[in-house]
Ligand binder design. Structure first.
Ligand SMILES: [Zn+2]
Length: 718
C-alpha cells in the first residue's frame, strides 16, 4: 500500500497515466541481438541493448522474467514528469536477475541511472559485490543500483536486492525508494585494523529523498574493529546537503542498526549537518543501535516508531536504541532532534551517546526487555514505562492488546501523518497510541514481513481445527492443548443448534475467551448451510454476519474459513477470495472416500493446493482412530502438512463425528511424542504465502490430478 504524504513540498512525484513511447523487449534466454527488440516475439538478448538504444521520454524497457544479466549498464537518457522512462519486467517466472561480479567494473554497479525521471521496478539484483572486497572501491559508488548525482526524480520500487553489499546508492534528488525487499550479506565491504565499512541496504548521499514501505534485513557484519558494522540505511558523504529526508513505514530486521549518519568521522573534509527529517512509523527489530546519529540536527523528528532492541543478532555492540547526536542548532531546542510517540523496547538503555540527553522527548514509552518493573527515569513528559502489552513480543507481533497501556498515550500528529504502519487511517483528533501500529480490535493478524520471509515447512507440521463450536471446545479442549502448548482454530457458526440448544454449543462469551486464550476463531458461516446452494451474495452475507458478531465481541476478524459439511465449489472459492480469507479448509474428498464417520484425506501440499481449498488429512469419528492419526502424521513431510479436524470432544448432537476425551488426550500426547509443530490454520501464513495461488484460474486442477493419480495407483494395486 503506497500512500504519499505531502510532508515536504519539495517532493514532486508523478503519476503515469499513459505511455506513448516505444516498448523494448529483452530476453536473455530466447532473445537475439539481431532482432529489433520492438516486440515480444523479437526480443533482444543482451541488456547492453538498453544502454545503446537511444531511449526517449515514455519508452519502456521490458526484461523477460527468467532472464539473467551480468555486468553493467548505464541509462543516460531522461524521461519527463508525465512520460518517465521505465525499466520493468514481463512474462512469467522469477524476476529477471542482475549482477555485476567485478567491483573494478563501474564499482560493481549492475544498473546506473544517469538521467532524470527514470522508474526501475520489478527487477532482482544479487551478489554485488559477491564477497569482501578491498583496495579500489569507492564507497559512494559501490551498489547494485546507483543513481548518480544530478539524476533527479527517479523512482525505485518493488525490486529485490539479495546479498548486495550496498543495495541502492542514491545521490539523486527527489528520489522515491519504495516497496523494495533487501536482504544483505554479512561480510565487510572493506576494513583495516582501524576502520571498516559494513554492508548497507540503502545509502543516501544527498537530501530530498523519500524511503518508504521497504523491507530491509540482515545488513551487518562482525568483521569490524568496532565489533560490528553495517546497517539498514546510511545517510552519508558530507559533500552534498542533507535537507528534507523522509523515512517511513519501513520494516527492518537483523541489521546492524537502522540509521547511521555521521558528522566528520567518515568524511573529514565534508562535515555534514542535517535539516528537516522525519523518521516515522517504522518497525525495527535489529541489533546494534537503532540510530547512530553524529551530525548536528535541525528540525529532525522521530515519530511513532516501534523500536525493538533485545536481540543483538550475534553482534558485539550494544543492543539499545542509541543516539549520539552531536552539535545541533542547538540540540535540545525544538529545532534540534525530537522523539515523539515512540515505543522503545531495549535491553540496556533507551538512549546512549554523549548528547542524547539534549534531544527533546515527548510521549515515548520505555520497556526494558524482561524487566517490566524497570522505570524510565527521564523527564515527566514521557508516556510511561513498563510492559507495553503487545500481542506476542517474542514472535515479533507488535500489535497492541486491548488492555495495552500504550493506547491513547501518544500526542496527535495528524498534521503530519495519515496512516499507521499497517495502513490504518490515523485519527484527526484525540490522542494516538504509542508506536508504529495503532490498536484495532478487528484487524486480523497479518505478517509484518511482506514476502520472502517464510519459514521452511518442517516435517510433522500439523494444523489443528475444531468445527461447529461444540460446548466441549471450551470445557474440554483448551486444558489439553495448553498442557502441550499447541495452537488451534475453532470454526464457529450460529447454525446447527447454536440458537436453540445453547447447552450444547459455545456461547459468544466462551468464543471470546477462546480468542483471549490465543486460539484462532475461524468463520464457519452464519447458518451452516451448504454453500453450493447459496447465491454469492447470500454466502457473503453469511460470512459478514460472523465478522460482525466477532467485532461486537472484540474478537479479531476471522482470516480463515471452513466449508460447512465440507461442500465447496468454484463459485464459493470466488466469494471467499473476495472476502479476503487467507486459507479455507475443505474435507477429505473427492480424493478419499468419506462415508461420514471419520476418514483419511490428502496432506495439504502448498506447492499445488489452492490456499482456499486446503484438504483435511484426517477427521475424527468412530471410523478414524489412532492408526489413522499416525498415518496422517506420516504424510506430513517433504513440504506437506497434516490438517486435522475434530467435531466436539465429545459432540452431543453428532455422535457419528464425535471423539471421546480419553482418545483425544492420547492423540494429542502422540503429537507431542512425535515432536509435531501444532498450529492454528492462520499460522500457516508463517510457512505459506497465501497470495501465491498455484492454480488460481482453476483451483480444482490439483484436486482432479490427485483423483486420477489415485485411480491409477489403485488400478495398479488390483
Ligand atoms: Zn460444520
Amino acid at each position: 500500500m503506497i500512500q504519499f504524504i505531502s510532508l515536504i513540498p519539495l517532493f514532486l512525484f508523478f503519476l503515469v497515466t499513459h505511455c506513448s513511447g516505444a516498448n523494448y523487449y529483452i530476453d536473455s534466454v530466447k532473445g537475439s541481438d539481431n532482432n529489433d527488440g520492438l516486440s515480444i516475439s523479437k526480443p533482444w538478448k543482451s541488456h547492453i541493448k538498453a544502454e545503446s538504444a537511444t531511449l526517449a521520454a515514455g519508452d519502456i524497457v521490458y526484461f523477460k522474467k527468467g532472464s539473467a544479466f551480468s555486468g553493467n549498464i548505464r541509462i543516460s537518457e531522461s524521461g519527463t514528469a508525465t512520460k518517465p522512462i521505465r525499466l520493468t519486467s514481463y512474462g512469467k517466472g522469477e524476476l529477471p536477475k542482475f549482477t555485476n561480479p567485478s567491483t573494478l567494473n563501474a564499482s560493481g554497479n549492475a544498473i546506473i541511472l544517469g538521467g532524470d525521471y527514470i522508474i526501475v521496478e520489478n527487477l532482482h539484483f544479487h551478489d554485488t559485490p559477491g564477497e569482501h572486497v578491498s583496495g579500489k572501491i569507492i564507497m559512494t559508488r559501490l551498489a547494485a543500483l546507483r543513481i548518480e548525482h544530478g539524476s533527479d526524480h527517479c523512482i525505485i520500487r518493488n525490486n529485490e536486492f539479495i546479498k548486495t553489499g550496498q543495495g541502492i546508492m542514491s545521490a539523486g534528488e527527489h528520489t522515491l525508494i519504495t516497496e523494495n525487499y533487501l536482504d544483505g550479506p554479512n561480510y565487510a565491504l572493506w576494513r583495516t585494523s582501524k576502520s571498516s565499512w559494513g554492508p548497507m541496504g540503502i545509502h543516501l548521499n544527498i537530501g530530498n529523498q523519500e524511503v518508504s514501505y521497504n523491507t530491509i534485513k540482515n545488513f551487518g557484519t562482525k568483521d569490524s574493529p568496532w565489533g560490528s558494522d553495517g546497517g539498514a540505511i546510511e545517510i552519508d558523504c558530507g559533500k552534498y546537503h542533507k535537507k528534507n529526508i523522509y523515512i517511513h513505514h519501513n520494516y527492518s530486521e537483523g541489521n546492524a542498526g537502522f540509521i547511521e549518519s555521521s558528522w566528520d568521522y567518515d568524511w573529514p573534509r565534508h562535515r555534514q549537518e542535517i535539516y528537516n527529517w522525519r523518521v516515522s512509523f517504522n518497525v525495527c527489530y535489529d541489533g546494534q543501535s537503532w540510530l547512530f546519529m553524529l551530525a548536528p540536527c535541525t528540525g529532525i523528528y522521530f515519530d511513532n516508531n516501534t523500536i525493538a532492541r533485545y536481540n543483538g543478532f550475534g553482534r558485539s555492540q550494544d543492543a539499545c536504541a542509541r543516539i549520539d547526536v552531536q552539535g545541533g542548532m542547538p540540540v535540545g531546542k525544538a529545532s534540534g532532534a525530537h522523539f515523539r510517540n515512540n515505543l522503545f523496547i531495549y535491553s540496556s538503555s533507551p538512549y546512549t551517546g554523549n548528547r542524547s540527553g539534549g534531544a527533546l522527548k515527548t510521549a515515548n514509552w520505555y520497556s526494558k526487555y524482561k524487566s517490566p518493573g524497570n522505570k524510565y527515569k527521564g523527564d515527566s513528559r514521557q508516556a510511561g514505562s513498563g510492559d507495553p502489552g503487545l500481542v506476542d513480543l517474542e514472535n515479533q507481533d507488535y500489535r497492541l492488546n486491548g488492555n495495552s497501556p500504550l493506547r491513547g498515550k501518544g500526542i496527535n500528529l495528524s498534521e503530519f501523518y495519515k496512516l499507521d504502519f499497517r495502513g490504518q487511517p490515523l485519527p484527526k483528533t484525540g490522542n494516538w497510541d504509542i508506536g508504529a501500529i495503532q490498536y484495532n480490535s478487528t484487524m486480523p493478524a497479518k505478517t509484518l514481513q511482506p514476502r520472502n520471509q517464510l519459514l521452511p515447512i518442517p516435517d510433522n507440521l500439523v494444523v489443528l481445527t475444531f468445527d461447529d463450536g461444540n460446548k466441549s471446545d471450551f470445557t474440554n479442549i483448551p486444558k489439553v492443548l495448553k498442557k502441550h502448548g499447541f495452537g488451534a482454530t475453532f470454526y464457529v457458526t450460529e447454525g446447527l443448534g447454536f440458537l436453540n440448544r445453547p447447552e450444547n454449543y459455545l456461547s459468544w462469551k466462551q468464543i471470546r475467551q477462546l480468542h483471549e486464550m490465543g486460539y484462532e476463531i475461524g468463520n464457519h458461516t452464519q447458518n451452516h448451510r451448504n454453500v453450493i446452494n447459496l447465491k454469492p451474495e447470500e454466502l457473503a452475507a453469511s460470512l459478514t454476519h460472523i465478522d460482525n458478531r466477532c467485532a461486537e465481541n472484540k474478537i479479531i476478524k476471522p482470516v480463515t474459513f471452513c466449508y460447512p459439511g465440507f461442500n465447496n465449489n468454484h463459485a464459493s472459492v470466488k466469494v471467499l477470495e473476495k472476502h479476503g480469507f487467507l486459507f479455507a479448509r475443505r474435507g477429505v474428498g473427492p480424493e478419499y472416500k468419506d462415508p461420514g464417520k471419520g476418514a483419511r484425506g490428502p496432506a495439504y501440499d502448498p506447492k499445488v493446493d489452492d490456499p482456499l481449498l486446503v484438504p483435511t488429512t484426517g477427521y475424527a469419528g468412530p471410523d478414524w482412530k489412532m492408526k489413522d492419526l499416525k498415518w496422517a502424521i506420516d504424510q506430513a513431510k517433504d513440504g506437506k502438512i497434516a490438517v486435522l479436524c475434530f467435531h466436539g470432544v465429545p459432540s452431543i448432537e453428532h455422535p457419528w463425528v464425535s471423539t471421546n476425551l480419553k482418545d483425544f488426550e492420547k492423540y494429542m500426547q502422540y503429537l507431542k511424542d512425535e515432536d509435531c509443530t501444532v498450529i492454528a490454520m492462520r499460522d500457516l501464513a508463517k510457512y505459506v504465502n497465501p497470495n501465491n495461488r498455484p492454480h488460481r484460474a482453476d483451483p480444482y486442477q490439483p484436486v482432479r490430478k490427485r483423483v486420477s493419480e489415485m485411480k491409477k495407483k489403485s488400478a495398479r494395486n488390483e
